[in-house]
Write a protein of this length. Structure first.
Length: 65
């Protein structure tokens, strides 16, 4: 993203709407700093490439929370 990264966007969303449900998608799971941020933020995520079934499963689970 040209203006901010996904983690900055998540911080902005949560600061404005703390109860917002968020799921991340990344293609950079093999980069150590991304894995560390994912573990720290404790937000569900999936990696690219992924199967449509996995996306639906994660969305379903998150909506039940």
């Amino acid at each position: 993203m040209p203006v901010m990264d996904g983690f900055e966007l998540i911080d902005k969303i949560i600061s404005q709407k703390p109860d917002q449900k968020i799921i991340l998608m990344t293609g950079f799971i093999y980069e150590k700093h991304i894995r560390e941020k994912l573990e720290k933020c404790d937000i569900p995520y999936f990696t690219k490439p992924t199967k449509l079934e996995d996306i639906w499963e994660l969305i379903s689970k998150k909506l039940k929370d």
